[in-house]
Design a protein around this ligand. Structure first.
Ligand code: HEC
Length: 168
């Protein structure tokens, strides 16, 4: 290969990867802020997504809180049919909307989005939490979220955890 061309190969590979990366399944060179904006747009219709089988018939008392916050958990169609598989497919998004009571959203919304280009040891999930529409935390490898989620199959808790109590 001619040395000039050889020099250009890494650049061309990088351009090609960036250009071809699917924004639904890959970081695709975006900043955390850009990923948050995209994630927020993607979860706008999450109420139309499936619920994990054990959690159907929303909402349920959370299994993870001693204080009994109600939760509505949804999984994007990319991951719905294979929920519980480890690893889950890239592009899977899960949301957990917290409620003070079955018909009273508390204002806390959590989301996790599986993306190519993130550290696989930390599950390759991008995490975000909003409180009253304000971004509270976001990023890959958010320790606060990973601490509990590491115990789930590919970091997902509701695929294995049963709800705390049935809906009223
Ligand atoms: C105290 C432990 C704990 C912490 C900390 C925690 N989670 Fe969870 N999370 C759970 C449990 C348990 C579930 C299963 C549903 C339930 O019982 O609420 C869950 C469910 C979820 C779900 C639905 C998908 C799934 O895994 O079942 C999302 C999305 C989620 N959490 C996001 C987050 C985000 C984002 C953070 C960090 C800001 C976070 N969680 C921090 C325990 C935790």
């Amino acid at each position: 290969m001619n040395p000039t061309v050889q020099h250009l190969v890494p650049l061309l590979v990088a351009l090609h990867t960036g250009a071809c990366a699917d924004p639904a399944t890959s970081v695709a060179g975006r900043s955390d802020d850009e990923l948050v904006a995209d994630l927020l747009a993607r979860i706008a219709d999450d109420h139309t997504w499936d619920q994990p089988p054990a959690w159907e018939g929303t909402p349920w008392i959370t299994a993870g809180s001693p204080h009994g916050t109600w939760v509505d958990i949804r999984v994007h169609p990319i991951g719905a049919d294979v929920l519980g598989r480890d690893p889950m497919p890239y592009g899977t998004v899960l949301t957990k909307t917290q409620l003070d009571a079955p018909d009273a959203p508390s204002g806390v919304v959590n989301a996790m989005w599986k993306l190519r280009g993130l550290d696989r040891d930390d599950g390759a999930w991008f995490w975000a939490q909003w409180v009253d529409d304000r971004l509270e935390t976001a990023g890959p490898a958010v320790h606060e979220c990973l601490g509990c989620h590491r115990s789930g199959a590919d970091f997902i808790r509701s695929a294995v955890d049963a709800p705390g109590v049935p809906p009223a």
